[in-house]
Design a protein around this ligand. Structure first.
Ligand code: MEV
Length: 322
C-alpha cells in the first residue's frame, strides 16, 4: 500500500489580525516549523489517526461517520478535512493517518490549518486527484470554517501558498518578497483561544461599530503600506507600522500584560517594532530586529519571561515530501 508524506508550514501574522476577519487585508508569513502528516489507504472503511503531539493514539471511526456527531477537540480539524474531501470525491477505502508537528499546538503557529491543508493534500495524492492550489485552499478553508465558525482564512492561505503574502478574504494572495524577514518570535507561555478572542472583538465591534470599523480602516492602510515596506525592505517603516498596529490591538483588548512586557522589552532593546501576532490573549509576539540588535532583543524577551522560538520566515507551502 502506498504511503504519502506531506508537510505544511505554520504561520505568523505580521500585520492585520482581527481586521482580517472583517474582510480587511493582512500580511502573513509561512514559517519553517511544519506539520508533518503520513497517510495511506487501507482496505476496510475505517479512519485511523495517531497524533503524537495531541496525545491521540489509535483513534478510529468508521469512514462514513468521520466529521459527524461528537468529535473530540484534538481531531476536529483532521476529521473535517477528511469529510470535506470525501463529500467532493467519494471513495470506498479506509484511511490511516499520523501527524507530527515541529511546533507545539500551544504556540498559536497554526497547527489546525496546517493539518487541515496537509490532510486534504494527502488524500488528493492517495486517490489520484489533482487539486489546484486554489481548489485546495477553498476546500481546506471550508473545513476550517466547519470547525471554527468564523475565520479570515489567512492561516489556510499561508499553509497552501507559503511565502510572505498579502491576503484578503476572497482575493488571490499576493506574494510580497522572497527574502527572509528579520523576525524574532517570543512565546508568552499563555495559551490563547482564537475562537473566544474573535468573539470578544466581535462584542466590542458590535458595541462601537462606528469606531471599530474606523480602526480596521486604519489597519487596512497599515497593511497596504506595510506590504510596500516589505517589498522595498524598509524595515524601519514596517517596524513603525507594527507598533501602530499593536496600539490598535491593545484598544481591542486582545493584549496581555505578559505580551506587553515582552513587546516593550524588545523595543527598549532596539527593535524596529514589535507586536503580538495572531488572535492575542497569549500565544506569541514578534519583534522586527536590526541585524546588530538580534541578541539583545532575544535576551530582552527571555528576561521578560518569554521563550524564544527559532524560526525562518517565507518558506514553501504544502508539499509532498515523499
Ligand atoms: C488569528 O490568528 C487571527 C485572527 O485575525 C483570526 C482570523 O483571521 O481568522 C484573529
Amino acid at each position: 500500500m502506498r504511503t504519502i508524506s506531506v508537510s505544511a508550514p505554520g504561520k505568523l501574522l505580521l500585520l492585520g489580525e482581527h481586521a482580517a476577519v472583517y474582510g480587511h487585508p493582512c500580511i502573513v508569513t509561512a514559517v519553517n516549523q511544519r506539520m508533518h502528516l503520513v497517510a495511506e489507504c487501507t482496505p476496510d472503511a475505517v479512519f485511523r489517526l495517531d497524533a503524537e503531539n495531541l496525545y491521540v493514539k489509535r483513534y478510529e471511526r468508521p469512514m462514513q461517520e468521520v466529521g459527524t456527531g461528537q468529535v473530540p477537540k484534538a481531531v476536529r480539524f483532521v476529521e473535517s478535512a477528511v469529510r470535506r474531501f470525501m463529500q467532493a470525491y467519494p471513495f470506498s477505502q479506509g484511511i490511516r493517518m499520523s501527524t507530527k508537528c515541529d511546533f507545539s499546538s500551544q504556540h498559536g503557529l497554526g497547527s489546525s490549518s496546517s493539518v487541515t491543508v496537509g490532510a486534504i493534500r494527502a488524500l488528493a495524492e492517495l486517490t489520484g486527484r489533482t487539486l489546484t492550489r486554489e481548489e485546495l485552499f477553498t476546500m481546506a478553508f471550508q473545513a476550517v470554517l466547519d470547525v471554527q465558525g468564523r475565520s479570515s482564512g489567512f492561516d489556510v492561505a499561508a499553509a497552501v501558498y507559503g511565502g510572505t503574502i498579502l491576503y484578503q478574504k476572497g482575493n488571490k494572495p499576493e506574494q510580497l518578497d522572497p527574502e527572509q524577514l528579520p523576525l524574532i518570535v517570543g512565546y508568552s507561555g499563555q495559551k490563547a483561544d482564537t475562537v473566544s478572542q474573535v468573539a470578544a472583538v466581535r462584542e466590542i465591534h458590535d458595541r462601537h461599530p462606528e469606531i471599530v470599523d474606523r480602526l480596521f480602516e486604519i489597519v487596512s492602510v497599515l497593511v497596504k503600506d506595510g506590504a510596500t515596506a516589505i517589498r522595498t525592505h524598509d524595515y524601519r517603516k514596517l517596524g513603525a507600522y507594527m507598533n501602530l498596529n499593536q496600539g490598535i490591538l491593545e484598544s481591542l483588548e486582545v493584549g496581555t500584560a505578559k505580551l506587553a512586557a515582552m513587546i516593550y522589552a524588545t523595543r527598549a532593546a532596539g527593535a524596529y517594532g514589535a507586536k503580538l501576532s495572531g488572535a492575542g490573549g497569549g500565544d506569541c509576539m514578534i519583534a522586527l530586529a536590526p541585524e546588530d540588535k538580534k541578541e539583545l532583543i532575544s535576551t530582552a524577551i527571555a528576561k521578560a519571561g518569554g521563550e524564544i522560538i527559532a524560526i525562518e520566515t517565507n518558506v514553501e507551502g504544502v508539499r509532498i515530501d515523499h
